[in-house]
Design a protein around this ligand. Structure first.
Ligand SMILES: NC(=O)c1ccc[n+]([C@@H]2O[C@H](COP(=O)([O-])OP(=O)(O)OC[C@H]3O[C@@H](n4cnc5c(N)ncnc54)[C@H](O)[C@@H]3O)[C@@H](O)[C@H]2O)c1
Length: 251
């Protein structure tokens, strides 16, 4: 039997940022299972990860040169690396804004600038946004960065489309990773209350969507934004109203 049969990403070279842990690690594993040659990267060292700080132009230039030499082409980029900073409007400092935006916005921009020249027709970029990019959310540096990433993704889909490169954005809700574990327990509980599916997400709820968006199965999808949030952003804040009026709620 042909071992490659049915594998969706056979022969594709794919770069994943922030792949040392969390969603990036799960995405790198899922992409590898589908036959991709994955270049897992992170600013932290981890087994199988190449060092790349997404906010460093020099790091991206080095990676692009290496990939050009080794493979000649790159077919996929997952701009997954991201950081949060939980200061509200009254407390956030300009340097916090700059630091978070450098990773969450300039990082994906640099990735696309440096890797798009290596991408043939049919290539695909996935930018990892957040439910915070679809609603108001209290950590202002993070929220503004993820809204900016939406604008960047739309512009990139417009600019790179004529070259046959697709650009899509996914918006995870509450996913169990180190990032969410570092928040106060009340954050998890409040997210659960707002999530119609009544549970938090896991990294394996997100990774299959990334596989799909990098595969040829999504060949006419570009500029799209897909929430992976258990329905949280779809209800626009009225879940509490619906819950309050349920027959079993006593109202
Ligand atoms: N966990 C969630 O609930 C959630 C929800 C919405 C969006 N997101 C987004 O999903 C993505 C992945 O987050 P996660 O939950 O796996 O978090 P995580 O903190 O577990 O993983 C993030 C990874 O990015 C890496 N990273 C940080 N700065 C970097 C840099 N400058 N260069 C390269 N790598 C860097 C970290 O070392 C880490 O390995 C992020 O963009 C995050 O904003 C997460």
């Amino acid at each position: 039997m042909n071992e490659g049969a049915g594998r969706k990403l056979l022969g594709k070279v794919v770069v994943v940022t922030g792949a040392a842990r969390g969603q990036g690690a799960a995405e790198a594993a899922a992409l590898t299972r589908e036959g991709a040659r994955v270049i897992a990267t992170d600013v932290e060292s981890a087994d199988g990860c190449r060092r790349l700080d997404v906010s460093s132009e020099e790091d991206w230039a080095g990676l692009a040169a290496e990939l050009r030499e080794t493979y000649g082409e790159v077919h996929g980029l997952v701009n997954n690396a991201g950081i949060t900073w939980r200061a509200r409007i009254g407390d956030v400092r300009p340097e916090d804004m700059a630091r978070v935006h450098a990773v969450n916005v300039t990082g994906p921009l640099l990735g696309m600038q440096h890797l798009a020249p290596l991408m043939p027709v049919g290539s695909s970029v996935v930018n990892v946004g957040s439910s915070a990019a679809l609603t108001a959310h209290y950590p202002v540096a993070y929220t503004t960065s993820k809204w900016a990433l939406r604008g960047l993704s739309k512009t990139a889909a417009l600019e790179l489309g004529p070259r046959g490169i697709r650009v899509n954005t996914i918006h995870p809700g509450y996913i169990e990773t180190e990032m969410t574990a570092s928040a106060a327990p009340a954050f998890r509980e409040a997210n659960l209350r707002e999530t119609p599916l009544g549970r938090t997400g896991g990294v394996d709820d997100v990774a299959p969507l990334v596989v799909f968006l990098l595969s040829d199965e999504s060949s006419f999808i570009s500029g799209a934004e897909i929430p992976v949030d258990g329905g949280m952003t779809a209800h626009g804040g009225v879940k509490s109203v619906s819950d309050a009026l349920r027959p079993d709620s006593g109202s």
